[in-house]
Design a binder for this molecule. Structure first.
Ligand code: HEM
Length: 201
Protein backbone atom coordinates (compact mmCIF):
# COMPACT_ATOMS: atom_id res chain seq x y z
CA UNK A 1 0.00 0.00 0.00
CA UNK A 2 1.34 3.43 -0.87
CA UNK A 3 0.87 6.40 1.35
CA UNK A 4 1.19 9.70 -0.48
CA UNK A 5 1.65 12.78 1.62
CA UNK A 6 2.87 16.31 1.47
CA UNK A 7 5.39 16.60 4.27
CA UNK A 8 6.46 19.51 6.47
CA UNK A 9 4.77 22.65 7.54
CA UNK A 10 2.89 24.81 7.00
CA UNK A 11 0.94 22.01 5.47
CA UNK A 12 -1.45 24.19 3.54
CA UNK A 13 1.22 26.23 1.82
CA UNK A 14 3.12 23.11 0.81
CA UNK A 15 0.01 21.38 -0.43
CA UNK A 16 -0.56 24.41 -2.64
CA UNK A 17 3.05 24.30 -3.83
CA UNK A 18 2.67 20.64 -4.72
CA UNK A 19 -0.56 21.35 -6.57
CA UNK A 20 1.19 24.08 -8.54
CA UNK A 21 4.07 21.74 -9.21
CA UNK A 22 1.71 19.15 -10.61
CA UNK A 23 -0.14 21.77 -12.63
CA UNK A 24 3.17 22.96 -14.03
CA UNK A 25 3.96 19.43 -15.08
CA UNK A 26 0.65 19.07 -16.85
CA UNK A 27 1.30 22.31 -18.71
CA UNK A 28 4.78 21.16 -19.70
CA UNK A 29 3.37 17.88 -20.88
CA UNK A 30 0.57 19.54 -22.83
CA UNK A 31 3.10 21.81 -24.46
CA UNK A 32 5.28 18.86 -25.32
CA UNK A 33 2.45 16.75 -26.68
CA UNK A 34 1.26 19.70 -28.74
CA UNK A 35 4.66 20.14 -30.30
CA UNK A 36 5.48 16.47 -30.69
CA UNK A 37 7.88 14.46 -28.54
CA UNK A 38 10.96 15.87 -30.20
CA UNK A 39 10.11 19.42 -29.29
CA UNK A 40 9.88 19.16 -25.52
CA UNK A 41 11.61 21.37 -23.04
CA UNK A 42 14.77 19.24 -23.14
CA UNK A 43 14.99 19.59 -26.89
CA UNK A 44 15.43 23.32 -26.57
CA UNK A 45 18.08 22.71 -23.94
CA UNK A 46 19.95 20.40 -26.31
CA UNK A 47 19.14 22.52 -29.33
CA UNK A 48 21.28 25.40 -28.15
CA UNK A 49 24.47 23.37 -28.39
CA UNK A 50 23.82 21.18 -31.35
CA UNK A 51 24.33 17.49 -31.86
CA UNK A 52 21.58 14.99 -31.16
CA UNK A 53 21.36 11.45 -32.43
CA UNK A 54 18.21 10.07 -34.02
CA UNK A 55 17.56 7.96 -30.92
CA UNK A 56 17.75 10.94 -28.63
CA UNK A 57 15.37 12.91 -30.79
CA UNK A 58 12.57 10.34 -30.85
CA UNK A 59 13.56 7.94 -28.05
CA UNK A 60 11.61 5.00 -29.50
CA UNK A 61 12.83 2.78 -26.64
CA UNK A 62 10.59 4.71 -24.27
CA UNK A 63 7.44 3.34 -25.84
CA UNK A 64 5.80 0.35 -24.19
CA UNK A 65 3.20 -2.22 -25.20
CA UNK A 66 1.19 -1.26 -22.09
CA UNK A 67 2.33 2.35 -21.59
CA UNK A 68 0.48 5.55 -22.48
CA UNK A 69 2.10 8.19 -24.75
CA UNK A 70 2.04 10.51 -21.73
CA UNK A 71 4.12 8.06 -19.67
CA UNK A 72 6.66 7.70 -22.49
CA UNK A 73 6.75 11.49 -22.87
CA UNK A 74 7.45 11.85 -19.15
CA UNK A 75 10.38 9.46 -19.43
CA UNK A 76 11.70 11.49 -22.37
CA UNK A 77 11.57 14.64 -20.23
CA UNK A 78 13.50 12.91 -17.43
CA UNK A 79 16.17 11.57 -19.78
CA UNK A 80 16.61 14.85 -21.69
CA UNK A 81 16.86 16.82 -18.48
CA UNK A 82 18.82 14.34 -16.36
CA UNK A 83 21.45 17.02 -15.77
CA UNK A 84 18.93 18.92 -13.63
CA UNK A 85 18.42 15.92 -11.31
CA UNK A 86 20.04 15.38 -7.92
CA UNK A 87 19.50 12.24 -5.92
CA UNK A 88 20.58 10.47 -2.73
CA UNK A 89 19.88 6.83 -1.86
CA UNK A 90 20.09 5.24 1.57
CA UNK A 91 19.92 1.46 1.70
CA UNK A 92 17.88 0.37 4.73
CA UNK A 93 18.07 -3.15 6.23
CA UNK A 94 14.66 -3.82 4.67
CA UNK A 95 14.59 -1.49 1.67
CA UNK A 96 15.46 2.00 0.49
CA UNK A 97 15.02 5.68 1.22
CA UNK A 98 15.59 7.95 -1.77
CA UNK A 99 15.45 11.71 -2.20
CA UNK A 100 15.28 12.99 -5.77
CA UNK A 101 14.89 16.53 -6.99
CA UNK A 102 15.26 18.70 -10.08
CA UNK A 103 16.47 22.26 -10.31
CA UNK A 104 13.77 22.77 -13.00
CA UNK A 105 10.21 22.97 -11.59
CA UNK A 106 8.66 21.47 -14.72
CA UNK A 107 11.04 18.51 -14.64
CA UNK A 108 10.28 18.15 -10.91
CA UNK A 109 6.57 17.96 -11.66
CA UNK A 110 7.24 15.32 -14.31
CA UNK A 111 9.35 13.36 -11.82
CA UNK A 112 6.55 13.39 -9.23
CA UNK A 113 4.09 12.18 -11.84
CA UNK A 114 6.47 9.42 -13.01
CA UNK A 115 7.16 8.16 -9.50
CA UNK A 116 3.55 8.16 -8.32
CA UNK A 117 2.33 6.66 -11.59
CA UNK A 118 4.92 3.88 -11.73
CA UNK A 119 4.60 2.95 -8.07
CA UNK A 120 0.84 2.78 -8.63
CA UNK A 121 1.49 0.35 -11.48
CA UNK A 122 3.76 -1.76 -9.26
CA UNK A 123 0.97 -1.99 -6.67
CA UNK A 124 -1.51 -3.30 -9.22
CA UNK A 125 0.97 -5.49 -11.13
CA UNK A 126 0.42 -3.44 -14.28
CA UNK A 127 3.75 -3.71 -16.14
CA UNK A 128 4.10 -0.89 -18.73
CA UNK A 129 6.54 -3.04 -20.76
CA UNK A 130 8.69 -0.07 -21.74
CA UNK A 131 11.17 -1.37 -24.32
CA UNK A 132 14.28 -0.30 -22.45
CA UNK A 133 13.07 -1.08 -18.95
CA UNK A 134 15.37 -2.95 -16.62
CA UNK A 135 14.64 -6.62 -15.85
CA UNK A 136 15.14 -5.64 -12.20
CA UNK A 137 11.55 -4.35 -12.38
CA UNK A 138 10.07 -7.78 -13.18
CA UNK A 139 9.86 -8.92 -9.58
CA UNK A 140 8.08 -5.68 -8.60
CA UNK A 141 5.26 -6.37 -11.04
CA UNK A 142 5.08 -10.00 -9.85
CA UNK A 143 5.19 -9.30 -6.08
CA UNK A 144 4.14 -5.63 -5.83
CA UNK A 145 1.82 -6.08 -2.84
CA UNK A 146 4.87 -7.20 -0.84
CA UNK A 147 6.30 -3.67 -0.98
CA UNK A 148 5.28 -0.97 1.49
CA UNK A 149 5.72 2.51 0.01
CA UNK A 150 5.66 5.97 1.50
CA UNK A 151 5.97 8.97 -0.85
CA UNK A 152 6.37 12.51 0.38
CA UNK A 153 6.89 15.66 -1.67
CA UNK A 154 9.06 17.97 0.41
CA UNK A 155 11.09 21.06 -0.37
CA UNK A 156 14.14 18.74 -0.50
CA UNK A 157 12.56 16.75 -3.32
CA UNK A 158 10.41 13.64 -3.60
CA UNK A 159 11.20 11.26 -0.77
CA UNK A 160 10.43 7.59 -1.41
CA UNK A 161 10.70 4.97 1.32
CA UNK A 162 10.06 1.41 0.19
CA UNK A 163 10.39 -1.64 2.44
CA UNK A 164 9.67 -5.35 2.18
CA UNK A 165 10.12 -8.52 4.22
CA UNK A 166 10.93 -10.70 1.19
CA UNK A 167 14.76 -10.59 0.82
CA UNK A 168 14.49 -10.86 -2.99
CA UNK A 169 12.32 -7.73 -3.03
CA UNK A 170 14.69 -5.88 -0.69
CA UNK A 171 17.59 -6.74 -3.00
CA UNK A 172 15.62 -5.64 -6.08
CA UNK A 173 14.60 -2.35 -4.42
CA UNK A 174 18.25 -1.58 -3.72
CA UNK A 175 19.43 -2.64 -7.17
CA UNK A 176 16.72 -0.59 -8.87
CA UNK A 177 17.46 2.47 -6.72
CA UNK A 178 21.09 2.28 -7.89
CA UNK A 179 19.92 1.95 -11.50
CA UNK A 180 17.75 5.06 -11.12
CA UNK A 181 20.76 6.91 -9.67
CA UNK A 182 22.81 5.92 -12.72
CA UNK A 183 20.06 7.16 -15.07
CA UNK A 184 19.80 10.40 -13.09
CA UNK A 185 23.58 10.87 -13.31
CA UNK A 186 24.20 9.80 -16.91
CA UNK A 187 20.83 9.70 -18.71
CA UNK A 188 20.39 7.38 -21.68
CA UNK A 189 24.09 6.47 -21.63
CA UNK A 190 23.44 4.49 -18.43
CA UNK A 191 20.60 2.57 -20.11
CA UNK A 192 22.64 1.79 -23.20
CA UNK A 193 25.52 0.46 -21.12
CA UNK A 194 23.25 -1.67 -18.95
CA UNK A 195 21.62 -3.18 -22.05
CA UNK A 196 25.00 -3.90 -23.64
CA UNK A 197 26.20 -5.59 -20.44
CA UNK A 198 23.08 -7.76 -20.32
CA UNK A 199 23.62 -8.75 -23.94
CA UNK A 200 27.12 -9.85 -22.96
CA UNK A 201 28.90 -7.34 -25.19
C1 HEM B 1 16.04 9.42 -16.06
C2 HEM B 1 15.24 8.37 -15.97
C3 HEM B 1 14.45 8.00 -14.74
C4 HEM B 1 14.35 8.62 -13.53
C5 HEM B 1 15.04 9.89 -13.04
C6 HEM B 1 13.44 7.83 -12.71
C7 HEM B 1 13.08 8.12 -11.41
C8 HEM B 1 12.41 7.27 -10.56
C9 HEM B 1 12.30 7.41 -9.14
C10 HEM B 1 12.89 8.57 -8.32
C11 HEM B 1 11.59 6.36 -8.67
C12 HEM B 1 11.20 6.06 -7.20
C13 HEM B 1 12.06 4.90 -6.65
C14 HEM B 1 13.47 5.36 -6.32
O1 HEM B 1 13.66 6.53 -5.92
O2 HEM B 1 14.42 4.57 -6.46
C15 HEM B 1 11.22 5.57 -9.81
C16 HEM B 1 10.46 4.44 -9.73
C17 HEM B 1 10.10 3.71 -10.83
N1 HEM B 1 10.48 3.91 -12.12
FE1 HEM B 1 11.65 5.37 -12.81
N2 HEM B 1 13.00 6.77 -13.44
C18 HEM B 1 13.58 6.82 -14.68
C19 HEM B 1 13.43 5.91 -15.70
C20 HEM B 1 12.56 4.87 -15.69
C21 HEM B 1 12.34 3.96 -16.80
C22 HEM B 1 13.03 4.00 -18.16
C23 HEM B 1 11.38 3.09 -16.40
C24 HEM B 1 10.83 1.98 -17.26
C25 HEM B 1 9.66 1.41 -17.07
C26 HEM B 1 11.01 3.42 -15.03
C27 HEM B 1 10.08 2.75 -14.25
C28 HEM B 1 9.92 2.92 -12.89
C29 HEM B 1 9.14 2.04 -12.04
C30 HEM B 1 8.33 0.82 -12.47
C31 HEM B 1 9.24 2.54 -10.74
C32 HEM B 1 8.60 1.99 -9.46
C33 HEM B 1 9.56 0.98 -8.84
C34 HEM B 1 9.30 0.72 -7.39
O3 HEM B 1 8.15 0.49 -6.99
O4 HEM B 1 10.28 0.76 -6.63
N3 HEM B 1 11.74 4.51 -14.64
N4 HEM B 1 11.73 6.12 -10.94
Amino acid sequence: MARFAIASTPRRKLALAAALLLAGGAAALAQMMGQGMGQGIGMRRHGAGGMMSHDEATMPGLQGANATPEESAELAVLFRNFATLTRTVTNLPDGIRTVTTSSDPQVMATLVSHVTGMIGRVETGDDPQIRIQSPTLDIFFQRGPGITTDIQVTDQGIVVVQTATDPALVQALQTHAAEVSDMAARGMQAVHEAMMNRAGN
